[in-house]
Ligand binder design. Structure first.
Ligand code: FMN
Length: 397
């Protein structure tokens, strides 16, 4: 059973809160009511208590309430906080962060999603103060339903009527629904971080990849329900939770781990794999000899992990996503890579030092597919990951 904490403020639409409680109970949800002082002028605690089959809370400083359930606990005990009706006054208090009665204190203390159903005279609703308050509440993630337009109790006409209880119930149930998990039952391989290519047992060639983007992608895919195998080069970012992590060092180890993790529904190759490794890597530490020339390092190509896994065959994942980190001719190079490597998507980013992308917190990418090029705005790497995970889910369903 989901629990709703319903705050009823002092508006004429408070009578509709009674119908809302009845609908919520009928749909199997638990309801606890908080009534403002002025709300108590419109509906009685007795009606709320009878319909919700629960104690009604009114006083911030009620000793009994504090011993039974303090205001902090009250603000956290529900799955969702709903304000219906939400008066101009309570919306202004929420926007300003005031906490001068039980309702506003609960709203400031809650860690749960909040839905408001504004209800007021049309002038009050259209007043720049109310509109500015609504804007700042929306920016903070407060959900809003209504108000509707129509005839009002005050004989005026316009926006300001509280939404009808069935519509509020629908909005509540959308917010209470468990998050969509479109990748449930899917297996996705993600590579992340740099590779280290040994010169000798203590020295290696590496690159500046931090693993932040690849790890964020693994976390975003797991959040959509995927079983994620994250194959990571040496990084210092923490392991994402709910993901199976395999640590590797070199490109060859990364390829082996990818092949061992198949079959998969999708594979995302976000790791910055070294293109070359040292051909003549030494088994022992190369000694500096007085007067001797510096050792010459001969490089040979590493296996191409993206092209190997994306090549047609029975084990090819249905969707293969490659990354193109370029400093020049980004789009042309990325489009070439899409075709040459047989990938389905290429995520292209400009890693010139002035972009601050390599190792940074943000990324600005283009998503390239057979359908064309999509340019995404510069976003936090987590936000890029969430968008990409959603696109992968779309492509697999
Ligand atoms: C008859 C009557 C009806 C009212 N209806 C509303 C209303 O629909 N919306 C609103 O924002 N304020 C309305 N008010 C004004 C609020 O009751 C007043 O702003 C009050 O301070 C709100 O307190 P609260 O937000 O703590 O409940 C009404 C006042 C009266 C006397």
């Amino acid at each position: 059973m989901k629990r709703v904490l319903l705050i009823i403020a002092g508006g004429i639409a408070a009578f509709k809160a009674l119908e809302l409680i009845r609908l919520l109970r009928k749909s199997g949800h638990g309801v606890t009511c908080v009534l403002t002082d002025h709300g108590g002028q419109f509906v009685t605690p007795l009606s709320l208590q009878a319909l919700s089959e629960n104690k009604v809370y009114r006083e911030l400083f009620s000793l009994t309430d504090e011993s039974e359930m303090g205001h902090i606990q009250l603000s956290r005990s529900a799955d969702l906080v709903v304000v219906a009706p939400a008066t101009a006054n309570i919306l202004a208090k929420m926007a300003a962060g005031l906490a001068d009665d039980l309702a506003s204190t609960v709203l400031l203390a809650t860690d749960k999603p909040v839905l408001v159903a504004p209800a007021m005279n049309v002038r009050m609703w259209l007043h720049p103060a109310t509109q500015a308050n609504m804007k700042s509440l929306a920016a903070r993630g407060v959900q809003v339903i209504g108000p509707d337009e129509g005839a009002m109790a005050c004989n005026e006409f316009g926006p300001g009527r509280m939404s009808e209880p069935p519509a509020i119930l629908t909005a509540i149930e959308a917010l209470l629904a468990p998050p969509a998990r479109p990748l449930d039952g899917r297996h996705v391989i993600v590579t992340s971080g740099p590779t280290h290519e040994p010169i000798d047992p203590v020295r290696y060639i590496a690159n500046r990849s931090s693993g932040r983007q690849g790890h964020a992608i693994a976390a975003a895919l797991a959040a959509l329900g995927a079983r994620v195998t994250l194959i990571s080069g040496p990084v210092s970012v923490p392991d994402p939770s709910g993901v199976s992590v395999h640590r590797v060092e070199s490109a060859r180890e990364m390829l082996d781990a990818c092949q061992a993790a198949l079959p998969a529904d999708a594979a995302v190759f976000a790791a910055a794999v070294a293109d070359w490794r040292v051909a003549n890597a030494s088994d022992g530490k190369i000694k500096k000899q007085p007067g001797a020339a510096a050792p010459a390092l001969a490089l040979i190509p590493n296996p191409d992990i993206l092209a190997t896994i994306a090549a047609a065959g029975p084990n090819r994942p249905r969707l293969v996503v490659g990354f193109a980190a370029e400093t020049d001719d980004l789009l042309a190079n990325a489009q070439g890579k899409l075709v040459r490597k047989n990938a389905d998507f290429i995520v292209a980013n400009d890693v010139s030092p002035e972009t601050g992308i390599m190792g940074g917190a943000e990324n600005a990418v283009h998503l390239i597919s057979a359908a064309g090029v999509e340019t995404w705005p510069r976003l936090a790497k987590e936000a890029v990951a969430a968008r990409l995970a959603a696109r992968i889910a779309e492509a697999l369903t």
